[in-house]
Every structure is written in C-alpha cells, then in structure tokens.
Design a protein around this ligand. Sequence first.
Ligand code: GDP
Length: 486
Amino acid sequence: VASLAARGEAQKDALLGGLLVPGFDEPSCASRYQSVHYRKNMTRPPSPHLLRRLRRQEALQRRCGPGTEPYRRASERLSSRQSAGDGDGFVATVDGCGYLVLISYRGLGNRILAMASAFLYAMLTDRVLLVDPGKTMADLFCEPFLGASWVLPQDFPLEGFRDLGEDAPESYGNVAVNRSGSVSGLRFVYAHLDHAASPANRLLYCDDHRQFLHRVQWVVLRTDSYIAPGIFLNPAYREELDMMFPRKDSVFYLLSRYLFHPTNDVWGMVTRFYNAYLKNADERLGIQIRVFDGDEPFQHILDQILECTSEQHLLPGVVTTGVGGGGAPPLVVRSKAVLTTGLNSWYHDSIREMYWRSPSSTGEVVSVHQPSHEEHQHFFRSIHDMKALAEMYLLSLSDKIVTSGWSTFGYVGSGLGGLTPYIMIKPENRTVPDPPCKKAMSMEPCSHGPPFFECTKKEIDKIIDTGNLLPHVRSCEDMPWGRKLA
Ligand code: GDP
C-alpha cells in the first residue's frame, strides 16, 4: 500500500465509478478490487442508467437464480416435458423469472465475447443469465453477481442442450418462419446466433421480445460472436441502449470490466508476469500474434509485424551499420517493454534477437517478453485456457496494442483494456497486406455474423448494407462484412 500511495494511486476508485459493488469477499477474488492498481483510469465511465440496469439485473439474478424457489419451479417445468397447458407455451412471467442459458463453445476469446453480449441481451430482456461452465470456467472467472451465481447448475435438466443445432424444432428460425410464432408445446426456444447462422435464425436480431419470446420462460442461446452490434440495429432496444451507453464505442469495455474477474490462480499469473517484466518500463506495447494459415512460423507474418510497428511509430528501427552499440551512453534511457502473445515463439525470438544484435535507432532500450507458446490450440483444458486468459488480460494492461485481424483473442485484449488497437489485416496468399495494419475506429470487438437485413422490413432474402443504417454501427476494419460499434 505504501508503494501505491507513493505513486499517488491510493485514491484510485476500486469500484470503477459504481460499476462494481462493495461487499464481495476480497481474498477469494483478489482481481476484482485490485485490478484498478494495474490500469489507467477508466477512459469511459459508466452512465447512471447503466448502473441502474446492472443493479436491477443483480437483484433479478438473486431473486430467480440457482438455489431459489423460482429457479427450482422453472427447472421442474423445463424437465416436465409438458407445455404450460394453456396451449401457448410457457409464460416467462411465471414468478416474474425468465432465463437465458448460454452454451459455451469455440475458443476462449469467442466465449468471452459471447458471455458479454449474452449478458447485454439478458439485461435488455429481463432474463437471468446462466452460463454453461464447460470444463474450465470455474478455473477462469469469479462470480460477477453479489449473492448470486451465473453458472448453469450441474443438474440443469435439459439433456443434450449442447448439441442443439439450427434445425432444431425449437430454433428461433423454425418458430418464427414455420410455426408463425407459435410456441405451443415447446419447453424452450433455441436461439442460434453462431456467426454462420441461417437468415431465418438471424431474425432474432430483429425480435422485440413482445412477439413470442416473452411467452417462453427458457431461451437457450448459442453464439460464438459479439452480437451487440446486431442488437443495436434493432429499433426495439434503441432508446434503452442510448440511455445505457451514451457513447457507443465502449460497450464491451464497460461490460467486460463489470463481468470478467480472473480467479486468484489466473490473477497470480497476470501480476507475477506484469511485475517481473512490464511494470518498470516507460512504455508497454502489446503485440498479439494470431496466425490463421498454420501454427508454424511464417516470414510474411514477421514482416507484417515489423512493417506495422515501424509505419505506426510503435517500435524504433535498429542501426545495422557502424558501431554496434559502442560510444557514450545517452543520459536518459527510455525503456520500452514489448509483450508478445502467440502460439509460436519464433516471432518473439526474432524481434528480441533484432534488438539484441543491434542498437535501436532512437537509443531506447527495447525488451521483448512472451509468457507462453502453446504451439497448438486446445479445447477445454484448464491450464491452457488459464494461460490464454492471463495473456488477454496482460495485453489489456499495455499502453498501446497491435492485434491480429479476425482474432477474438485480440478483440478481448484491446476491449478489456479500453485500447483502440492497430489491427493487422489478415494476409491473403501469404504476402504482407498493404497497409500492414490500420488504426481501428474504436476499441469495440467486431461482430463476425451480423444481420444483413433491415428490422423494420424483416425481408431476410433482401440483403442490404447494415453498415450504413446507423452512424455508430460500421463495417469492421479487418472484416468488411462484420459490424462494429464506434
Ligand atoms: P481466435 O481464434 O483468435 O478468435 O481466439 P480464441 O481465443 O477464440 O481461440 C484461440 C485459442 O487458441 C485461445 O483461446 C487459446 O486457447 C489458443 N491461443 C491462440 N493464441 C494464443 C496465445 O497467444 N496465447 C495462448 N496462451 N493461447 C492462444
């Protein structure tokens, strides 16, 4: 505490402008109230209306969540295999408790984007959010809600829900198109918003919840994407979202700072690495390297990183002729710590060697660090996912960040940190794209499977450019058909 006070940080607001509430047991999740000491001040404070909605959601989670009488009744109804008996499906207003269950699949970046956007959708539709923990979630995140759980209980009665696909009879597309909105006889509705969902299932982006979803107590959602931009396109939620987020460029930033608190094990990995390699530098640059061509090293990727960091003046060049670092040392030596993340260590090794063999052209001391090199992506292995989370978190503690286009891992690193990234465009034909990277328009993640029709018309066969409908929903830098908030 003394050293923090010395750095003038004792006054930092651990509750992030009311985003977080006091009262959690601190030692069991140190990151929740300590992360503020590793970060710059909030660049986007939460609006009073967002705070009201968060408190309302917490109250709902406590009143209807696992362990409560309403939850017991609702799960009994779900398992009873009978419809409500009114011929019209279940009524979400039974006990005033409706539920949104999120299926977990794909990489950790995808899962984090899905959780943040499912939480937003749950708030907008007054549903309790329950996240399928998969095999690793308990090792990754603390509970975000005081006195309630967001983890789907082990005994959740809907067998086989992880195998639901978009052709299921309960799918939103099927109910909307083939059943004309009748939920009679259905125990739940399945919302399929995978990035490659069919147009009929994407109609959910236009749902105003008054049509038929409000009559369904259980909604099961599958998405691997950041669905918020699509939700912003829905006129039904426009007014509410405007009040919650007067600035549209920081939706993920605020939601992620509210929701994602690493467990003590992950937090230890974050803070030990940060204190050992990054803390004392004058400046920290994060470089997230995600290669979709294969896990082996590629020269064009290294070239792209170096061209990007040079063009954007993020890293100094090196002096390869003349003295090899001799002469009088400069009086003030600036230090720059570079954090690289990636499955392969070759990029890190090459950049580090470059600054070892030759002096930097500016005299800056450049150190290069990478926490791990897992070689290949694995699914649902705890230690693998913990490293991935610790690295996304470390990236978010940089001052500036370079990310790889198309990568949700990079979206999380920059969004969580409130950092507008320099995005390296995904290479085609193994050549460095021109330009190698672009400064993004905002810190928001890109949605990879947005709706492409107008909600007022719901003509799913008529594709329109949804990037021109609203000033704050735009085409992504790295994926022209993707949509992002700005
Ligand atoms: P995306 O595929 O780039 O959109 O990101 P995801 O996070 O969804 O999936 C990639 C997965 O591969 C991660 O969750 C990790 O399991 C692994 N991975 C990819 N890049 C890295 C990295 O830089 N560090 C670590 N530790 N794991 C990585």
